[in-house]
Design a protein around this ligand. Sequence first.
Ligand SMILES: Nc1ncnc2c1ncn2[C@@H]1O[C@H](COP(=O)(O)OP(=O)(O)OP(=O)(O)O)[C@@H](O)[C@H]1O
Ligand SMILES: [Mg+2]
Length: 228
Amino acid sequence: MKVVLENLTKKFPNRSRRREDVVAVDRFNFTVPDGELVGLLGPSGCGKSTTLNLLCGLLTPSEGRIYFGDEDVTDLPAENRGVGMVFQNYALYPHLTVRQNIMFPLGNLKGKEKLSKAEMNEKAEAAAKLVQIENLMDRKPGELSGGQQQRVAIARALVKMPRILLLDEPLSNLDARLRLQTRDHRVKVVGDCVCRYLCGAKACNDGNNQHPSELKNAVFNAGGTCDV
Ligand SMILES: Nc1ncnc2c1ncn2[C@@H]1O[C@H](COP(=O)(O)OP(=O)(O)OP(=O)(O)O)[C@@H](O)[C@H]1O
Ligand SMILES: [Mg+2]
């Protein structure tokens, strides 16, 4: 299943009335081919996070369309898109344990998809095992290192076995050694599950951010053009 962004544009209203809108993403045209791992590169503020938020359905485009395969998902609510997202700041719930954080997306399933507590637990443990945090399940996020928090966020994004996995600057809070370990691990995670895509956003000015060979880079300019 390929992912197609067609003239994708996001404008935010400027708080000061006399100023023009902020154009965060400007007529971005891009295709992620079936099964490919792609990184979006570009300077701070060029629209990487906004693009991922549009892809997962948290934001609605001002113009343009998003297709997953042949399906136009532009107007599909986030919960029906089958996208797992790891946010730039991880966005873990501080008052919930690791287990409760990972199980959280499963609690929203309705109708035939609804799971029992035991099934939710089983899926949460399988996701935790993928990223090797199964021994941390009863801790709260504040009792974890940055890298461990990152893995909780990845497990939470994987627990519903998404069609597409989006990682926003997933390695930025790790030191160089951990980053190398996690980078290799990230590819393994994707290889181990049914996720077909990984769309990471990274700042391009970071010398340590070398990419695994599986990861193609899309260089992203503010004007919406893109070189792969
Ligand atoms: N809710 C918002 N309201 C107004 N402007 C916004 C909003 N969200 C983002 N922006 C602006 O849109 C532009 C793109 O932001 P975005 O977060 O997508 O950048 P980024 O490429 O992810 O940057 P970084 O590498 O620093 O994470 C920035 O100029 C930002 O200030
Ligand atoms: Mg960002």
